[in-house]
Write a new protein. Structure first.
Length: 75
């Protein structure tokens, strides 16, 4: 399976790495809180785009759990 990073939006993004479309279900939680379901829309080595109910603060740390992998600390 090949991943195509081409976009037709005409917008130039200034990212360290292009994000690949993903669209998988995952879970996310803050320290001491219960995990909640999210969907990871795009993913790269340096970041991702997540949608869903995100009761986190903008400067807080959370843990993202992708299927089959251990949790990863994210900000």
């Amino acid at each position: 399976m090949a991943i195509n990073f081409a976009r037709n939006s005409g917008i130039v993004e200034k990212r360290r790495a292009p994000r690949a479309p993903l669209g998988i279900d995952a879970s996310m939680r803050e320290r001491g809180r219960t995990a909640f379901d999210v969907k990871v829309l795009t993913f790269s080595a340096f970041g991702c785009q997540v949608t869903g109910f995100l009761p986190t603060t903008s400067d807080g740390q959370a843990w993202l759990k992708l299927p089959g992998l251990e949790s990863l600390a994210v900000t």
